[in-house]
Design a protein around this ligand. Structure first.
Ligand SMILES: C[S@@+](CC[C@H](N)C(=O)[O-])C[C@H]1O[C@@H](n2cnc3c(N)ncnc32)[C@H](O)[C@@H]1O
Length: 258
């Protein structure tokens, strides 16, 4: 569906559906983490999408998202996918958590948005080669811990892109002085398994994640044959202090030939 759709009603519907999702599972949302999840996936979703879209529009020469084919890898509830579809893009969301994706799928249906959702991981997403103009990876590649699996994931993304297509990734940063997941200082500079063991001794559980520095994120893109790779700071204009921000933001392009 082409054309823009106002996001405020979609955002309200997302909020209600996410509350329902957690209530149905008997999970409490009435705490800092729960409320952050709610806001992140409703009222804050347009801003989060802007950080990624800004890079794509600035780098690709597109002036809008109208009819741009986007894959959102690790889409979670699908809130970013819905923002993009509301701006006229054709979006596919992929995530291993099928239950969460149902939230996005039902709202896309209710609002007639062109966002489709498929269960899958980076490794088994089967979108077909050269079918996507823009691959978005927001805060999800960090859940792929093995270095070789991360390169496989990026190669898969590369394959789904049309020649000249773009990948934009936003990752929690290893360069920040504190671990973005726990707030503990410096532990995230340790190898992932050691970090989790240290945290466990302190009675803290953290998901299995691998954090990267901006430099390492760029290296991974280059190794998987992306070109024009660039560090775009934490989202806004490029600033030196972005290198130490909690999140970093990198992008690259699939070559037109070869
Ligand atoms: C912090 S959430 C981010 C969700 C979404 N990108 C957003 O910004 O709203 C991380 C997501 O990555 C997904 N994920 C974890 N492992 C993955 C994998 N191997 N392949 C694809 N997605 C994965 C999780 O299921 C989760 O939904």
């Amino acid at each position: 569906m082409a054309g823009s759709v106002a996001f405020t009603p979609v955002s309200r519907a997302l909020r209600a559906a996410i509350i329902e999702h957690f209530e149905a599972r008997g999970e409490d949302l009435d705490n800092d983490k729960g409320l952050r999840t709610l806001d992140t996936n409703s009222s804050l979703a347009p801003h989060r999408a802007d950080l990624l879209v800004h890079t794509f529009l600035a780098r690709s020469g597109h002036s809008t998202l109208e009819n741009v084919r986007i894959a959102d890898f690790g889409c979670g509830f699908g809130s970013l996918a819905l923002v993009l579809a509301a701006r006229g893009a054709q979006v596919i969301g992929i995530d291993p958590n099928a239950e969460r994706m149902h939230v996005g799928a039902s709202i896309a249906r209710d609002f007639g948005l062109d966002a489709r959702f498929f269960p899958g991981t980076f490794a088994d997403a089967d979108l077909g080669p050269e079918s996507i103009d823009l691959a978005l990876v927001n805060n999800s590649l960090c859940y792929v811990v093995s270095r070789s699996d991360r390169l496989t994931a990026l190669r898969g993304i590369h394959e789904t892109l049309v020649p000249g297509g773009w990948a934009v990734l936003r990752n929690p940063s290893q360069s920040h002085p504190k671990d973005p997941f726990t707030g503990w200082p410096l532990v995230h500079r340790l190898p992932p398994r050691v970090c989790n063991r240290v945290l466990a001794v302190g009675g803290v559980h953290r998901s299995d994640v691998r954090l990267t520095t901006p430099r390492a994120a760029l290296r991974e893109l280059r190794r998987t044959r992306f070109i024009d790779v660039r560090f775009d700071g934490s989202g806004g204009p490029r600033r030196a202090r972005d290198r130490l921000a909690g999140y970093h933001h990198v992008s690259g392009r699939k070559p037109l030939h070869g």
